[in-house]
Design a protein around this ligand. Structure first.
Ligand SMILES: Nc1ncnc2c1ncn2[C@@H]1O[C@H](COP(=O)(O)OP(=O)(O)OP(=O)(O)O)[C@@H](O)[C@H]1O
Ligand SMILES: [Mg+2]
Length: 368
């Protein structure tokens, strides 16, 4: 599904709160594919329809922040009931004996449930509801997620206007989905956020440049769009650095775009490639270097030959592992390519620098 369709779905999600489609959304993708931007759009769609939004990260203590900070604040504003109820809910937090009730034993969960109940009771008659949005969900504590999942499922059973939207990295999310306790996420509208179509890339670069009060000539725009390979992280960067390189303030021309692309690629290397490749084992890197000898997608058979591993099936295992980790992806039968553009160039450059023992020198020369 393209981004425009996704944005349309977001817009529709809050129009009819009796229809739960679009109220549990999971966005996954590689670094820099635009997940956070889409999550922002989801929240914006909700706010436009008058829903309240809680924006959170998945750092630990999420449940506490919800029950002690966000929800009491919203309840005070939007529920007619006096805040005394909240204080009594708070009193339930603390050490309790083994013989306590469910409420005593699970204070955070029961508080969360009663707060969501009260708030959605107050919002529903106004045609409004509550959105909980969590970015970098892959870092969430599974136990906290399980508790949130119970609230989501409870809200669905009772047809409450409560939406849950999360975004995070593909592979860790796949692992998260394997956990019991994340059933609610498996049932979510799960969208894989991938590359942007070329026409949209073109529009986005032109827009970035226009936002800065500048222009770009058509040829230069084509050149920029061609090199970005649909990767959102590069759109902003190339736009920004191209403008900076057209120093006379006139329309951005091809030479400035070329310089802008170089600058953008150095940033991409530092912020995306280096951290993504750092955890890999030497043998995985060898596989990637064998791939990097091709300019486009690499034939897996050729890569295996270059590796010279025996038995040859080992190459298939490395390939599967790298696909699982989101570093490479299948590109038609018998071919693989790098998930993030310019990974091959980055590997080739660094292989050369490694050979010269010049890794550190390269990094410092990189700074803008
Ligand atoms: N559809 C788009 N068109 C143009 N630029 C975009 C688009 N989506 C995202 N971007 C730009 O790409 C960059 C990365 O976007 P974003 O931060 O949303 O990615 P992400 O997937 O959340 O990355 P990370 O995994 O690192 O959190 C940002 O500079 C953003 O402005
Ligand atoms: Mg993000």
């Amino acid at each position: 599904m393209g981004r425009d369709e996704l944005l349309d779905e977001f817009d529709e999600a809050f129009a009819d709160s009796m229809d739960p489609t679009g109220l549990t959304v999971l966005l996954s993708g590689q670094r820099g594919m635009g997940k956070t931007v889409l999550l922002d759009a989801y929240r914006h769609a909700a706010e436009t329809d008058g829903w309240l939004v809680i924006t959170e990260s998945s750092s630990s203590g999420l449940l506490d922040r919800l029950t002690r900070d966000h929800l009491p604040r919203l309840l005070q504003q939007y529920s007619g009931n006096p805040p005394i109820q909240l204080e009594s809910a708070d009193l339930e937090v603390g050490p309790v004996g083994a013989g306590g009730s469910w409420t005593d034993r699970y204070p955070a969960e029961s508080t969360l449930r009663s707060q969501v109940t009260e708030l959605t009771d107050a919002l529903a008659p106004r045609g409004s509801g509550l959105v909980l949005s969590i970015d970098e969900i892959q870092a969430a504590d599974v136990e906290e997620l399980r508790k949130l999942g119970e609230i989501v499922q409870y809200a669905r059973r009772e047809a409450r206007p409560f939406a849950f939207a999360a975004a995070g990295l593909s592979t860790p999310i796949e692992e998260l989905l394997d956990h019991e306790g994340t059933t609610f996420l498996r049932r979510a509208d799960h969208h894989n956020v991938g590359r942007v179509d070329r026409p949209d890339v073109r529009t986005a670069i032109a827009q970035t440049i226009a936002d800065g009060g500048r222009e770009i000539d058509a040829q230069a725009l084509d050149r920029a769009a061609n090199t970005i390979e649909g990767y959102p992280f590069m759109i902003q960067l190339v736009g920004y650095h191209s403008v900076r390189n057209q120093k006379d303030g006139g329309p951005v021309a091809s030479a400035a775009v070329a310089a802008g692309i170089d600058a953008a690629r150095r940033r991409l290397g530092r912020h995306v490639h280096t951290p993504a490749l750092r955890p890999l084992s030497p043998v995985d890197r060898t596989y990637l270097l064998a791939m990097a000898q091709e300019d486009g997608p690499a034939r897996t058979r050729v890569v295996a030959e270059r590796l010279g591993v025996t038995p040859p099936q080992y190459a298939g295992e490395y390939r599967r592992r790298l696909i699982r980790d989101g570093i490479i992806e299948p590109a038609g039968h018998g071919f693989v390519r790098f998930t993030i553009p310019y990974t091959g160039d980055h590997l080739r450059e660094h292989a050369a620098h490694d050979a010269l023992g010049d890794m550190n020198g390269h990094d410092s020369a990189d700074r803008p």
